[in-house]
Ligand binder design. Structure first.
Ligand SMILES: [Ca+2]
Ligand SMILES: [Ca+2]
Length: 218
């Protein structure tokens, strides 16, 4: 009986850890510095990628693929409007390409965010795990015309299980994307308090089992 109660306590703690909070990032970073949001993050800023139209390409540990068209690394309109930063940004071939994806080549991450501008319509962001299960889905509202206020969007999860992210719409909207920032470490581990509680639960199990054995031997 005592053993069962301890097991239940242990299972309850595991469930809590497994359901650690996921959240959507939707805000403004006027400085364009997403590393202050995604702690210790890697930034994909397209500054070292040659300008041009690609079916897909890799940059800073991330594979970008156009779906239904290509992706442009562009300097057009950069550095002043639509949340682009510095020399180059990514765009969906002037709206010809209805959706695009990015895949984390170094393994799943727990969080990411990116600057996104020139949204005239709502865009949907879907995040998938390595088995292509849908983890999260979120719809962005359009951003004000020609602004450069640092609108950024992303997802934070309690476990590092995001392998691929799909951005899509179906109205020919031209959007601009820059400074994708990702991290696999923050918020990925159970809180120390939970580990301590689980440790106590396991210790209790061992003690209870020993007691049971002792009673049986006696
Ligand atoms: Ca850039
Ligand atoms: Ca647009």
């Amino acid at each position: 009986m005592k053993l069962n109660v301890l097991w239940m306590a242990g299972l309850a703690i595991i469930t809590t850890v497994g359901q650690a909070q996921a959240g959507y990032i939707n805000g403004n970073v006027a400085s364009g510095n997403l590393t202050t949001v995604i702690s210790g993050g890697t930034v994909v800023d397209f500054e070292s990628t040659a300008l041009g139209l690609y079916p897909g390409f890799a940059a800073s540990g991330v594979q970008f693929n156009g779906l239904g068209g290509g992706l442009r690394v562009s300097s057009q309109g950069t550095g002043g409007i639509y949340n682009t930063r510095d020399r180059a940004h990514l765009q969906n071939d002037f709206g010809v390409t209805p959706s695009f994806e990015f895949i984390f080549l170094g393994g799943p991450v727990s969080q990411f965010a990116f600057l996104f501008g020139a949204l005239n319509v709502d865009w949907t962001m879907d995040a998938f795990d390595s088995a292509n299960n849908l983890l999260e889905s979120y719809t962005f509202q359009s951003t004000p015309f020609a602004n450069n206020n640092g609108e950024y969007f992303g997802i934070v999860r309690g476990t590092a299980d995001i392998s691929r992210v799909l951005l899509s719409q179906d109205s020919g909207d031209w959007v601009q994307f820059d400074n994708l920032t990702y991290s696999g470490t923050a918020a990925a581990v159970p809180e120390p308090a939970s580990i301590a509680m689980w440790g106590l639960g396991a210790l209790g199990l061992t003690v209870a089992a020993r007691r049971r054995r002792a009673i049986q031997i006696a």
